[in-house]
Design a binder for this molecule. Structure first.
Ligand SMILES: NC(=O)c1ccc[n+]([C@@H]2O[C@H](COP(=O)([O-])OP(=O)(O)OC[C@H]3O[C@@H](n4cnc5c(N)ncnc54)[C@H](O)[C@@H]3O)[C@@H](O)[C@H]2O)c1
Length: 392
């Protein structure tokens, strides 16, 4: 069984889907690993480390023809056409975008697993790439804020005078938000945070931040650790309350997100106008419409004296660790289908659709798009026979 690791070619993407450490473990299970020349260079993993781990270097065309292909970013239609019928692909695929990628993968007969579709359950935690990458994004977002902010973060006493600690607001205390709180605290910031899920209060306080009580009269706990949308009234109350609170903040990191929906607006134009000159807003939801309508996706802009940062790929700015975590997430997912039936026998690839994690994340199979469709279960398909019947 040939596993191929692609060299990412999207602009600004410095991650790689598998590191030498993960490759070494997979090679021991009998997988033959091919890695595209220089695939890990930008993340700090040279070709020689992959070779030492047991991988062989190959060109793009050879990697695309492998039985199993791993990558960080979704393939282009041209790349998909070059893939092998019946191959398995594991990657972020942005399945919500409906941009034709899934249809193309199905047409070519690729069984694709979308890392975004891994359920947020305890058993799937070690495969949850959205969380592993959001954690890094929360950390890197604070470093970005510190670099953009024209003053110190911590209290600073010098012979030339002293500086006060920066006042940071974190909006949304999910994976990225909690890591942002922890990182800002480590840098000496005074931190207040808010989330619509009341259970986050304890988590926020345990990290040494103050819970920002916006008194919305409504909570937003949804399913599976995610939020649900607030009513129109509560949204307006939140925007008005934040416009007041943010007048006293120097840095805002906003991470509010509701799965499958456009990001909620938390920081209105009027709120930005009311903020101190030199303040910084890091809008982690920039790619999904932004928590502030003034954010420009992929850009750093200054409006009303406030710097708005709309970077869309913070994990790629910490590529060594984000690749390492992502590779482990993939290897753990692969472990659910690449295994020995009995101890002492060779590993085989089997996609067992009775496994809830495989069932949820397999977005194309047997020539069909499964994402967003009612799921069929209780079937076992092998990668070498990905017929429509196998998935029924
Ligand atoms: N820019 C990047 O590089 C990058 C990288 C990773 C993640 N992200 C984005 O960061 C955001 C957060 O990711 P995450 O994994 O932490 O998501 P998450 O679902 O774990 O956290 C989002 C939080 O927002 C909260 N929330 C929802 N509506 C809210 C509201 N009106 N007010 C306050 N809080 C609200 C939710 O309760 C939840 O705790 C997402 O938009 C994600 O796409 C961006």
């Amino acid at each position: 069984m040939l596993l191929g690791i692609i060299k990412e070619n999207a602009p600004g993407e410095f991650r790689v889907s598998m590191t030498p450490e993960t490759v070494k473990k997979l090679v021991k299970t009998g997988l033959q690993v091919l890695v595209e020349q220089d695939a890990g260079i930008a993340a700090g993993y040279p070709n020689s480390d992959y070779e030492a781990a047991g991988a062989t270097l190959a060109d793009t065309a050879t990697i695309l023809k492998c039985d199993l292909v791993t990558r960080v970013r979704k393939p282009t239609p041209n790349e998909i056409e070059k893939m092998k019928r019946g191959a398995v692909l594991i990657s972020f695929l942005e399945p919500y975008r409906q941009d034709g990628t899934l249809e193309k993968l199905a047409e070519v007969g690729v069984s694709a697993f979308a890392m975004e579709a891994i359920p947020r359950t305890s058993r799937a935690q070690s495969m949850d790439a959205l969380s592993s990458q959001a954690n890094i994004a929360g950390y890197r977002a604070v470093l970005e804020a510190a670099a953009q902010y024209p003053r110190f973060f911590p209290v600073m006493m010098t012979s030339a005078g002293s500086a006060k600690a920066v006042q940071v607001a974190i909006l949304g205390a999910g994976v990225a938000g909690l890591q942002a709180i922890a990182t800002a605290r480590r840098l000496g910031a005074r931190v207040e945070a808010f989330d619509v899920r009341p259970e986050t209060r304890e988590q926020i306080e345990s990290l040494g931040a103050k819970f920002m009580d916006l008194q919305l009269g409504e909570e937003g706990t949804g399913h599976g650790g995610y939020a649900k949308a607030l009513s129109e009234d509560a949204q307006q109350r939140q925007q008005a309350a934040l416009a007041e609170r943010l007048k006293k903040m120097d840095v805002v990191i906003s991470t509010a997100n509701i799965p499958g929906r456009r990001a909620p607006v938390l920081i209105t134009e009027d709120a930005v106008k009311g903020m101190r000159a030199g303040s910084v807003i890091i809008d982690l939801a920039a790619e999904n419409g932004g928590n502030c309508p003034l954010t420009e996706s992929g850009k750093v802009v200054k409006k009303y004296g406030v710097t708005l940062v709309g970077h869309t790929n913070y994990p790629a700015l910490v590529p060594g660790d984000s690749s390492s975590f992502y590779g482990k997430n993939i290897a753990n997912l692969l472990g659910l289908m690449w295994k020995a039936a009995e101890s002492g026998t060779a590993h085989q690839l089997k996609i067992d659709l009775t496994d809830d994690i495989l069932e949820a994340s397999l977005v194309t199979h047997g020539g069909e798009v499964r994402f967003g469709k009612p799921k069929s279960t209780h079937a076992v398909a092998t990668a070498s026979q990905p017929t429509a019947a196998a998935a029924q």
